[in-house]
Design a protein around this ligand. Structure first.
Ligand code: HEC
Length: 162
């Protein structure tokens, strides 16, 4: 009995350390690692039905103080609105995930965002870099829920699909 518990613990610890593709190791991959390692275009939201998690996404958005720059409702403030028709780098899941996780311009660590090939396509009245949030989120899920909320605002305002 005793020995089997110890050997179970050892197995779990080793699985965690070696990261040999186990579920445990996958869960430990941070949003930042995903954004750095995944090829462009491969990051995809699991929430096709974005409206269902929008409220939760809005709470996460507010809890990380995104609203201090973008406004509590996403309508803009010190930084660009998230709910108008302009998408600075694009509106696909992969791009939005990377904007949020890697940050942009001079605030993106090691210039990671530009190195991945992103350039501004749209321009807002206020232009500046966005800070990286990749090490602040516990999981990709939080980022996808925020993106779901942003999409739900576009749906409400008629600037994006529902
Ligand atoms: C210190 C101010 C600041 C904070 C805090 C901030 N952002 Fe930003 N954000 C910016 C700026 C500035 C840009 C424009 C970046 C650029 O043009 O390179 C931006 C761009 C964006 C965009 C792209 C918008 C578009 O129209 O294409 C999204 C999405 C976004 N931010 C989400 C977030 C989320 C989610 C959070 C919180 C986790 C957050 N931001 C926190 C300043 C901020």
């Amino acid at each position: 009995m005793h020995t089997s518990i110890i050997s179970l613990l050892v197995t779990l610890i080793l699985a965690g350390l070696t990261g040999n593709g186990s579920a445990l190791a996958d869960d430990m991959t941070t949003p930042l690692q995903h954004a750095v390692n995944a090829p462009r275009g491969e990051l995809k939201s699991p929430y096709a039905d974005f409206v269902s998690v929008a409220d939760e996404g809005h709470k996460i958005y507010l809890s990380h103080d995104c609203g201090s720059c973008h406004g509590g409702g996403g309508g803009g403030g010190m930084a660009a609105p998230l709910t108008n028709e302009v998408w600075i780098y694009g509106d696909d899941d992969d791009t939005l995930f990377r904007v949020i996780v890697l940050g942009t311009g001079s605030l993106s660590p090691g210039d990671a965002f530009r190195q991945q090939g992103f350039v501004r396509k749209g321009s807002e009245n206020v232009v500046g870099p966005m800070p990286p949030f990749g090490e602040i989120f516990n999981s990709d899920d939080e980022v996808w829920k925020i993106i779901a909320w942003i999409r739900s605002k576009h749906c409400e305002r008629g600037t994006g699909p529902c």
